[in-house]
Write a protein that binds this ligand. Structure first.
Ligand code: ADP
Ligand code: MG
Length: 347
């Protein structure tokens, strides 16, 4: 007979490790969360550095707002966030984070150290680590320029079952690079660096003019992308869609160059995918996939981002409206390109 066991509250580390199961799948998920925090902190420069595909080391450095000494211990606690205080705020949330889970989760399955300084004084700054079963935060002085550095070492060292799922260094780095690509495509006003095993893989200067944007796209997706793409920028019923869509002649065998952003957030959405597929239906061969980098801008209150822990999914208040706007915008752009009309042209 199984003995009856008492009910008890999980210790914080274990509770956080369970929560980590949802958001921390591999190094790329850590990079995504840390970079989202750097973006939310208003950074203008973000550097991502990895060793051994991220399994040994992941470091994200930013020049954003930093965290005050008093708030530091809370930064690593679960359900602690500076981004929302009420349900009303959640409904109109514009920041990428809001769950207050990422740092707590990541620090429960790695050796995480956060160093931050909210002041201009470069001799100021504090370091915090969360230790033991109860993840007691330990804070000590550590100079840092204004901003934050988070270093994550030995991911999954204490959760061997998870560690086993890590693939080769090359595969893990591939996922990280893809996460980086998405984020760098989401914010042209931020300067980005990606380094792996002490080599610079991407160095992207900030700039929001067309030439800078196109330079970034070429660096991240290859020169051919823009040579075979149309630029579009359309607005209707409070929605704006802009970006680049590939000509049907430049389709791919895999859906691997499809980037869709809703208010700066990378989104994979069935409704969006359907609208795009419909728009290309008559011009693409069966089994081929279009390439695109598209930005949809909508009022934050008409889109719900609190659908899934990784926040890759969204729910639109008026899905039909969004779908039809996407479809008609793309359909028109592709049609005009085919008819060779002015107004929509390469690049
Ligand atoms: P969330 O992003 O959902 O709020 P996180 O666990 O990712 O939760 O971060 C917790 C809190 O720590 C954030 O709300 C923010 O106040 C602070 N924080 C984390 N990373 C940074 C950073 N790079 N710069 C400034 N503050 C940060
Ligand atoms: Mg976050």
């Amino acid at each position: 007979m199984t003995e009856q066991r008492r009910i008890r509250i999980l210790d914080p580390r274990l509770a956080n490790q369970i929560a980590a199961g949802e958001v921390v799948e591999r190094p790329a998920s850590v990079v995504k969360e840390l970079v989202e925090n750097a973006i939310d902190a208003g950074s203008s420069r973000i550097e991502v550095e990895l060793e051994a595909g991220g399994a040994r080391l992941i470091r994200v450095r930013d020049d954003g707002s930093g965290i005050g000494e008093d708030d530091l211990p809370l930064a690593l606690s679960r359900h602690a966030t500076s981004k929302i205080v009420s349900l009303e705020e959640l409904e109109g949330v514009a920041s990428l984070g809001f769950r207050g889970e990422a740092l707590a989760s990541i620090s429960s399955v790695s050796r995480l150290e956060l160093v931050s300084n909210p002041a201009e004084d470069p001799t100021a700054g504090w370091r915090v680590v969360a230790e033991g079963r109860n993840m007691e935060p330990r804070v000590s002085p550590a100079p840092h320029p204004r901003g934050t550095s988070v270093t994550v070492r030995d991911l999954f060292f204490n959760t061997p079952a998870r560690r086993k799922f890590l693939r080769t260094e090359k595969t893990e780095f591939g996922h990280v690079e893809e996460a980086f690509r998405r984020q760098a495509l989401s914010r042209y006003d931020i300067g980005w660096t990606l380094r792996h095993n002490h080599k610079t893989v991407h160095q992207l200067r900030p700039g929001e003019d067309m030439a800078s944007r196109e330079r970034r796209i070429a660096a991240l997706l290859g020169k051919a992308f823009l040579e075979h793409a149309l630029h579009l920028d359309l607005e209707a019923s409070g929605l704006r869609l802009w970006g680049w869509v590939g000509l049907p002649t430049h389709s791919r065998a895999q859906a691997d160059q499809q980037y869709f952003f809703v208010n700066g957030r990378v989104v994979r959405d069935r409704l969006v995918a359907h609208a795009v597929r419909q728009a290309y239906r008559d011009v693409l061969f069966h089994g081929r996939h279009p390439v695109f980098v598209l930005y949809l801008e909508v009022d934050p209150s008409v889109v719900d981002v609190n659908v899934h822990p990784t926040k890759h999914e969204v729910r639109f208040r008026d899905g039909r409206l969004v779908h039809d706007f996407l479809f008609s915008s793309l359909h028109r752009a592709l049609g005009e390109a085919r008819a060779g009309q002015p107004g929509v042209g390469p690049g």
